[in-house]
Design a binder for this molecule. Structure first.
Ligand code: PEP
Ligand code: CO
Length: 450
């Protein structure tokens, strides 16, 4: 892996999970157009995030990464972007207050348009078509035209990423008044459930803190422009990621400027594969999903390739083992990284190892499994002298019913009511907030040294 890196060197390696386009000329034309468009983020924002992740790695901050499993082009709508940003900000306020530390906010947002699939094709009633790979590639309807990988979607996806981040920036610049005023938070979903009094007290204390601060500085908190937000997506479609990468003037390294924080999925992290080759050369902070098949030696090799210099904030390991396997699979990895003296951000994705199908064939997750995996992750890191630095969740600001459980007590029958995802089930806004309260418990305990 010591050969020279170029922006195209990944082409010499096997690239998993790439769509096959039937018109190479149309693909080339779309990519050429894409590479001439201005970036959606800047290299200094990317470097700023890396500095903030370095603080996470040192235990001085906590990472909150969340959003849809897959964004749909049709979801590029003001109300949906607004509600997703709001719930992420609320969650982060809860975590800041409980942990007494800053929180780095990263959305799975503004570019999370490409999905890995277990099979390249799907067969229904004897008809076989390409699998749906996310709106960046094709559409989910089961007909030949919808499933044909269409190069124009690459441009459409980039445009929607830009529109999304543009609106996010405006919302943040204009202040998000309500979110900073916890008295407007609706906590009724938790009434009567375990924890509801604790949640109310936490929100009351947050309200006092906000009012105190505003009185001190004589301005509303949301006018101070303090809230930063970054974007992330799985860097799956290598032609796309390459086309949105640049060598900015005055920089010596290439940057992916289609997002702040791209990550490598669990299915594409092969050490000799094209994804690892592309990622090793870009300067962004990067994530790698770490599933239950990862072995300690393999992980150390991956760290050596992706972060040879041990650059602060460069590498986030996002483990997603499943509640039943984390106690067996995570400790050897944490131990190996500690023994090798490597500093990384450890982040828990409690979603992807906990998916199951109901008897009616609906893909869902249990809220208790999600919480359980996070709790075990905190315990394992603490026991090994390591530190859980963040959480990575699939969630939405909407009132969907895709995950069972939570204070509202959603059960499998409720899944039929508002199940909207085409891919993985997401926490709804109440479940997401409840999750934040539960993680807050752990952060408070940690802040108190217990
Ligand atoms: C995802 O994050 O949506 C995903 C596909 O995860 P993983 O790579 O961990 O399977
Ligand atoms: Co997913």
């Amino acid at each position: 892996m010591s050969s020279t890196w170029t922006i195209d060197s990944w082409r010499t390696r096997p690239a998993a999970q790439q769509p096959e386009y039937d018109d190479p000329e149309a693909l080339r034309a779309a990519l050429a157009k894409l590479s001439r468009l201005p970036p959606v983020v800047t290299s200094w924002e990317v470097e700023k995030l890396k500095r903030q992740l370095a603080l996470v790695a040192r235990g001085e901050s906590f990472l909150l990464q969340g959003g849809d499993c897959s964004e749909r082009f049709a979801d590029c709508r003001s109300d949906l972007i607004d509600s997703k940003l709001k719930i992420l900000l609320k969650m982060s306020l809860v975590l800041v207050h409980a942990g007494g530390r800053q929180v780095v906010r990263v959305g799975r947002m503004a570019g999370q348009y490409a999905k890995p699939r277990s099979s390249p094709t799907e067969t229904r009633d004897g008809v076989t078509l390409p699998s749906y790979r996310g709106d960046l590639v094709n559409r989910p309807e089961f007909d030949a035209e919808a499933r044909r990988p269409n190069p124009d979607n690459l441009l459409e996806g980039y445009a929607r990423s830009a529109m999304t981040i543009n609106f996010v920036r405006s919302l943040l610049a204009g202040g998000f008044g309500d979110v900073h005023h916890p008295e407007v938070w609706d906590l009724s979903f938790a009434d009567g459930a375990e924890g509801s009094e604790e949640y109310r007290r936490l929100v009351d204390r947050m309200g006092e803190a906000v009012r105190f601060l505003e009185t001190m500085v004589g301005r509303r908190l949301d006018e101070l422009g303090l809230v930063e937000f970054f974007t992330s997506h799985e860097g799956l479609h290598l032609e796309y990621e390459t086309a949105v990468s640049e060598l900015p003037p005055l920089r010596r390294r290439w940057y992916n400027l289609g997002t702040h924080f791209p990550w490598i999925g669990d299915r594409t992290r092969a050490i000799d594969g094209a994804h690892v080759e592309y990622f090793r050369g870009i300067a962004n902070p990067i994530g790698v999903k770490v599933g239950p098949t990862m072995e300690p030696d393999e992980l150390l090799e991956l760290i050596r390739v992706l972060d040879p210099e041990g650059e602060p904030g460069r590498l986030t390991l996002i483990h997603r083992m499943g509640v039943d396997r984390i106690e067996e699979r995570l400790p050897p990895l944490v131990e190996a990284v500690r023994r090798a003296g490597r500093t990384v951000v450890w982040c828990a994705d409690p979603m992807h190892g906990n998916t199951y199908k109901t008897a009616d064939g609906i893909k869902t997750r249990r809220f208790d499994d999600i919480l359980g995996e996070i709790d075990r992750a905190f315990d394992i890191h603490e026991a090994l002298g390591s530190r859980l630095g963040g959480i990575h969740v699939e969630m939405t600001g909407e009132d969907v019913t895709e995950v069972v459980g939570g204070a509202r007590g959603l059960d499998e029958a409720d899944l039929h009511r508002a199940y909207r995802t085409d891919v993985d089930p997401r926490l709804n806004h109440e479940q997401a907030l409840e999750l934040a309260f539960r993680v807050a418990r752990r952060l408070r305990r940690r802040a108190q040294g217990g």
